[in-house]
Design a protein around this ligand. Structure first.
Ligand code: IFM
Length: 451
C-alpha cells in the first residue's frame, strides 16, 4: 500500500489574498458631506465609553485619503479588499432621503479598486447603525430589518454593476452581545434578554437584504461574516463539556444554523420569546447564500456557570503566546473552522474574511516597523488554513488580513495596532510594516513556507 503524500499548503493563482477594514474604524469625516450620526458617533461622544475618550471622528481620515490608501494596496499587490459602507453616509436618517455624496464616495472607491485590479468585497453592516433607527429601538425593533433591506436596495442599485461580492452583516453575535448584553460596544445596552430579539432581527435583516442584492446584482456572490471562535471545554468534566456545547450554540450555532439551515439550535429556540419569530422568518433568514465569511481570532475555553447568561463563562487561557489584545494565539482553530464548515455546509464557498493580530508596533527613525510577531502570526494562520484547504479540498477561496492599516479598535480606540500598514495618527502618514512586505511576498508565492 502506498502512503499518500501530504499536499503542501499552497493557494492557487485564483485565491484572493486581501485585507479588510470597516467604515467607522478608518473613514473619519463623521459629519462631513451630509453624513448622519450613527450609534458609534453617539457612543464615542459619551464620556467613559472608550479607553482614552477617543472617538472615530477622524480615525485614519480614509475619507479624504482613500486614493493614497488604494495606491498602497496596489503597491502591496493585494488582490481583494473588504470594506464596509457607512449606512448614514448614504441614508443619514437610516431610511428615506438618500445623500448623493455618500453614494458618490463609495462609487469612486469601487472604481479606484477596479482600476488597480483589486476585487471589492462590500460589507453592508459593520455595526454603525443609524442613530435615527436606534432612537426607534434599534435592533430590538423588527422594523430595523426592513430599513436594512431598503438600504441594501439603494446601495446595490448604485454599485451592483461593479461589485459582485456582498457581505450582509459583520459578526452578528458581536453586535448582539457586545452592543446589548455586555454593553462594551454601541449602543451600550446591558440586558442579556436582548440577545434574542437583537439576534433574530439582525438575521432577519440579513435575509431581507438578500432579496435586493439578488435583484440588483447580476452574478452576485453573497454571504455573511461570522465571528467564529473555536469553543473547547475548559476541563473534561461533564458540566464543562455541556457548557462548551451551550457556548458554541450561543456564539456560533445560532448564526450558522439559522442562516444556512433555517433553524435555531434547540437550546436557543426554546428561549426565544413567543411571537418573536413570525411565520416565514426562518425561510427568509435562510435564503440562498453563496459564501460564508470566517472571522477568526481565538479559541475560547468554556466552563459551567449555571447562573450566568447562557449557563457558561470563559476560563483563562493556559500560558502561551498572546497578542496585544491579550488574546491567545491558536492557529489550529482556524483549520478546525475550515474543516467544520467544509463538512457541514459543503455547498458554500469559504472566505476567511478576517484574521490578524494587534502588537505594540513602533516606528523607528528610518520609518520602518519591525513586527516579526505579526509575520509569525500570519505565517502560522495561513499555513493552518491552507493545510485544511488541501486536506479537505475545501472551497476556501480567499483570505483577508485584519487589517489593511492600524485603525480605530472600537472601545480600545487607536491603541491596538492591527494593520499591515502603520498609521501615524499625528500626521496621518502611512508606512508599510515588515509584515505588509511579507504579505506582499506571500501573495506572489501563494505559500507561507516558501518565503
Ligand atoms: O476590529 C475588529 C473588527 O471590527 C471586527 N472583528 C474583530 C476585529 C478585531 O477586534
Amino acid at each position: 500500500m502506498t502512503q499518500a503524500t501530504p499536499r503542501e499548503p499552497r493557494a492557487g493563482r485564483a485565491f484572493l489574498w486581501g485585507t479588510a477594514t470597516a467604515a467607522y474604524q478608518i473613514e473619519g469625516a463623521y459629519n462631513v458631506d451630509g453624513k448622519g450620526p450613527s450609534i458609534w458617533d453617539t457612543f464615542t461622544h459619551t464620556p467613559g465609553k472608550t479607553e482614552r475618550g477617543e472617538t472615530g471622528d477622524v480615525a485614519c481620515d480614509h475619507y479624504h485619503r482613500w486614493e493614497h490608501d488604494l495606491d498602497l494596496m496596489a503597491e502591496m499587490g493585494l488582490r481583494a479588499y473588504r470594506f464596509s459602507l457607512a449606512w448614514t453616509r448614504i441614508l443619514p436618517q437610516g431610511r428615506g432621503t438618500v445623500n448623493p455624496a455618500g453614494l458618490d464616495f463609495y462609487d469612486h472607491l469601487v472604481d479606484g479598486l477596479l482600476a488597480r485590479n483589486i476585487v471589492p468585497f462590500v460589507t453592508l453592516y459593520h455595526w454603525d447603525l443609524p442613530q435615527a433607527l436606534q432612537d426607534k429601538g434599534g435592533w430590538v425593533n423588527r422594523d430595523t430589518a426592513r430599513s436594512f433591506q431598503d438600504y441594501a436596495d439603494v446601495v446595490t442599485r448604485r454599485l451592483g454593476d461593479r461589485v459582485k461580492n456582498w457581505i450582509t452583516l459583520n459578526e452578528p453575535f458581536i453586535a448582539a452581545d457586545h452592543g446589548h448584553v455586555s454593553g462594551e460596544h454601541a449602543p451600550g445596552l446591558h440586558d442579556y434578554t436582548l440577545y434574542f430579539p437583537v439576534t433574530h432581527h439582525l438575521l432577519l435583516a440579513h435575509g431581507l437584504g438578500l432579496q435586493p442584492i439578488r435583484e440588483n446584482v447580476n452574478g452576485a456572490q453573497v454571504g455573511i461574516a461570522f465571528s467564529l471562535a473555536e469553543i473547547q471545554p475548559a476541563t473534561d468534566r461533564d458540566e464543562d463539556i455541556e457548557a462548551a456545547t451551550r457556548c458554541d450554540a450561543y456564539m456560533n450555532g445560532a448564526y450558522l444554523e439559522s442562516t444556512l439551515r433555517g433553524r435555531y439550535p434547540a437550546l436557543i429556540a426554546e428561549q426565544m420569546p413567543i411571537d418573536l419569530i413570525q411565520s416565514g422568518d426562518m425561510a427568509t433568514i435562510s435564503g440562498k447564500t453563496d459564501l460564508i465569511g470566517i472571522n477568526y481570532y481565538m479559541r475560547l475555553l468554556a466552563q459551567a456557570a449555571p447562573t450566568a447568561y447562557g449557563g457558561f463563562t470563559i476560563a483563562p487561557w493556559p500560558p502561551g503566546p498572546r497578542t496585544e489584545m491579550g488574546w491567545e494565539q491558536y492557529p489550529a482553530g482556524l483549520a478546525t473552522w475550515v474543516r467544520r464548515l467544509a463538512t457541514d455546509y459543503p455547498d458554500h464557498d469559504l472566505y476567511i474574511t478576517e484574521n490578524g493580530a494587534a502588537f505594540s508596533d513602533t516606528l523607528d527613525d528610518a520609518h520602518q516597523v519591525h513586527d516579526p510577531q505579526r509575520v509569525n502570526y500570519l505565517r502560522e494562520h495561513t499555513r493552518a488554513a491552507l493545510t485544511a484547504l488541501a486536506a479537505m479540498d475545501a472551497r476556501l477561496k480567499g483570505y483577508f488580513v485584519w487589517s489593511f492599516l492600524d485603525n480605530f479598535e472600537w472601545a480600545y480606540g487607536t491603541r491596538p495596532r492591527f494593520g499591515l500598514v502603520y498609521t501615524d495618527y499625528a500626521t496621518q502618514a502611512r508606512y508599510i510594516k515588515e509584515s505588509g512586505r511579507w504579505y506582499a511576498r506571500l501573495i506572489e508565492a501563494g505559500a507561507p513556507d516558501d518565503i
